[in-house]
Design a protein around this ligand. Structure first.
Ligand code: NCD
Length: 307
């Protein structure tokens, strides 16, 4: 039994294999429609979600399986004081695989230690979000044809943005990636990610507060939402939330023609809606890719294949 808690739980070969299966699912969906017949996915979401939970559910349905779970901690026994360990042991009686989102860093890891069935981390606090990373990698590979030799800018809330932390970890294992970190001083990438990931792996990176000056160098731009729910002060959030707003005008003036703009979504103000029709905007396609890559992951963790 295997779980996916951190993106580094998967080798580069395994990630490439998952992306290949996702590509095949996109090309031949019918081949996969019965693979999970009789299997059940439990979605345990202690924190709000639209895309991640619905794409997990859609993924399991499209594999011919079933889904049970909750989308709100308030409707679970967590409100009665049940521990993550006990909830996990219960769910082991009812499902074959778990996808868990939790506001506390490390909660899915704890769950995996008390589970006989695979646990997938669907986002733990400001820490990690490995299935979003698989989504991001699939989107970049389908747009650029490769996962090496490009410059990627991460813009916005690099401090609390768990999708950023996981994607940087994943990219640190590919060749010739340059990273541009764009954030206000208050929302810089945590120093543990800088030291343990970027510096340890000799990744070339720069930090800046100015998006427009670096935009012309970027092949991929990963925009993020300022993570309101992780701020201790509302005032601080309000001061920082509109630090960056990508507009069509800035793109036309400064960006490469083949730039790929990603965003894990939800978006608030950081990408103006007039960018949505630009061929460089990939974020809605990225959300769709999330379903295919989660189908591939569920199959892998359950040890199931299409043929
Ligand atoms: C992200 C998350 O939950 O971390 N959303 C998602 O899963 N697609 C990003 C965010 O909430 O800003």
């Amino acid at each position: 039994m295997r779980s996916l808690i951190n993106i580094l739980d998967l080798s580069v070969e395994e990630i490439d294999g998952l992306l290949n299966v996702a590509d095949d699912i996109i090309a031949n969906p019918v081949k996969y429609s019965e693979v999970c017949r009789g299997k059940k996915l439990a979605t345990l979401f202690f924190e709000p979600s639209t895309r991640t939970r619905l794409s997990f559910e859609a993924a399991m349905y499209e594999l011919g399986g079933h889904v049970l779970g909750f989308s709100d901690a308030g409707s679970s026994s967590a409100t009665k004081g049940e521990s993550v360990a006990d909830t996990t042991k219960m769910v082991n009686c009812y499902a074959d695989i778990i996808a868990m989102r939790h506001p506390k860093e490390g909660a899915p890891l704890v769950a995996s230690m008390h589970s006989k069935i695979p646990v997938i981390n669907a986002g733990d606090g400001g820490h990690n979000h490995p299935t979003q990373t698989l989504t991001d990698l699939l989107t970049i590979r389908r747009k650029k044809g490769k996962l090496s030799g490009f410059t990627i800018g991460f813009c916005g809330d690099l401090k609390f943005g768990r999708t950023v932390h996981s994607l940087i970890q994943a990219l640190s294992r590919y060749e010739n990636i340059k990273i541009v970190l764009i954030s206000p001083d208050e929302l810089k990438l945590p120093s543990y990610v800088k030291k343990d990931v970027l510096q340890k792996n000799g990744i070339e990176y720069i930090q800046t507060t100015d998006l427009e000056s670096v935009l012309p160098e970027l092949d991929v731009l990963y925009m993020t939402r300022v993570q309101k729910e992780r701020f201790l002060s509302e005032e601080e959030y309000i001061r920082l939330r509109d630090s960056y707003i990508l507009t069509r005008e800035k793109l036309v003036k400064n960006a490469k023609n083949d730039l790929a703009i990603l965003h894990p979504l939800p978006r608030v103000n950081e990408i103006s809606v007039d960018v949505d029709d630009d061929p460089r905007a990939c974020y809605f396609e990225q959300a769709l890719n999330g379903k295919f890559v989660r189908m591939a992951l569920i199959m892998k963790l359950l040890g199931l294949k299409a043929d």
